[in-house]
Design a protein around this ligand. Sequence first.
Ligand SMILES: C[S@@+](CC[C@H](N)C(=O)[O-])C[C@H]1O[C@@H](n2cnc3c(N)ncnc32)[C@H](O)[C@@H]1O
Ligand code: SF4
Length: 358
Amino acid sequence: MKQPEFGVYVHVPFCASRCDYCAFATWTDRHHLIGDYLAACVTQARAAVEGGLGPVTSVFVGGGTPNLVPAIDLFAVLDELPIVEGAEVTIECNPDEVDLAQMKTYVEHRVTRISLGVQSMVPAVLATLGRVHDPENVRRAVDAARQAGIDRLNLDLIYGAVGESLDDWQTSLAEALKLRPDHVSAYALTVEPGTPLADDPDRHPDDDVQADKYILADEMLTDAGLANYEISNWAKSGQECQHNLLYWRQGEYLGLGVAAHSHIDGRRFWSVRTPERFVSAIAKGQSTEAGSETLDPEARVLEALQLSIRTNRGVPASVVPEEVSHLVLVDEAGTARLTRDGRLLANEVAVRLEPRGE
Ligand SMILES: C[S@@+](CC[C@H](N)C(=O)[O-])C[C@H]1O[C@@H](n2cnc3c(N)ncnc32)[C@H](O)[C@@H]1O
Ligand code: SF4
């Protein structure tokens, strides 16, 4: 019988430097808390297991920069979890911090997949994004991961930095593809409120240019054998990220650490945002929950459709209203999937879906 799916996300909120487009919960000046923070995550994981946490079929360690912290402390958290044989275990890594010894340790601890924050393969573009690594480090990091035996590799790319030409973006895609990833996430640069990028309108991307870059990405990635399976994600057949698929199917998961979201028995809840508050709550035996919500059945159905339309699973054609029907293709089974133009306007389609009768 197939194992019911259950995911665990672990958030590591520490970075060597902050990129000025990034709004994730991460800090560059709290490294003294790393040991206490991961020990608190161990306590949180242990309590979840004692509370009946079932078999874990996928793990995603994200950040921040998970490969900045000592592997031994990170695996102390994962070792608490009842991870099933053959589970997908992904660790998000920054190229600068990757080395062969680290990758070997990851493999020994059953890590199956590395997601590398590449962003661009053009030095001038990396500089305008405020990134500190260079493309050579990306190549070294990929070599180290492969040499250690990690064969599932995602590369994260961002398009839309100020000064990035269409040629630059083509170079990034071509150089990334030379590294033979089985998965690429290509994100449109998003202006997140409260970031230095948000305060600088001269650096905000132009929508038309972004659309051209999306189309170029889709063409080049598809030609290289990576199929689009969610708006911003392309993979070789069978190499889709199981953990993200779980999110997009409204599956259940537990989030460990700060700002981590959970979805269990239909309830969503999320943790406090700062490492100090998290460590202190765990030390006092208090809840780390900062908020929660439970969707009513109607909202849940609508959300399921809105998530599904973003993926290649699509939605029943009956929920797509006439006004956006030109943005989907309907197959013989009556499943509607976004066309490429539709993917560029996915939010517009999603808000118009009509779940009545579903
Ligand atoms: C939370 S980051 C963690 C990965 C790692 N720290 C790194 O940056 O290399 C995950 C990915 O989100 C994407 N990302 C973060 N902020 C973004 C933004 N404002 N717009 C588009 N993509 C963003 C980047 O591609 C990044 O690799
Ligand atoms: S993008 Fe990644 S490296 Fe940059 S600040 Fe955000 S989490 Fe840290």
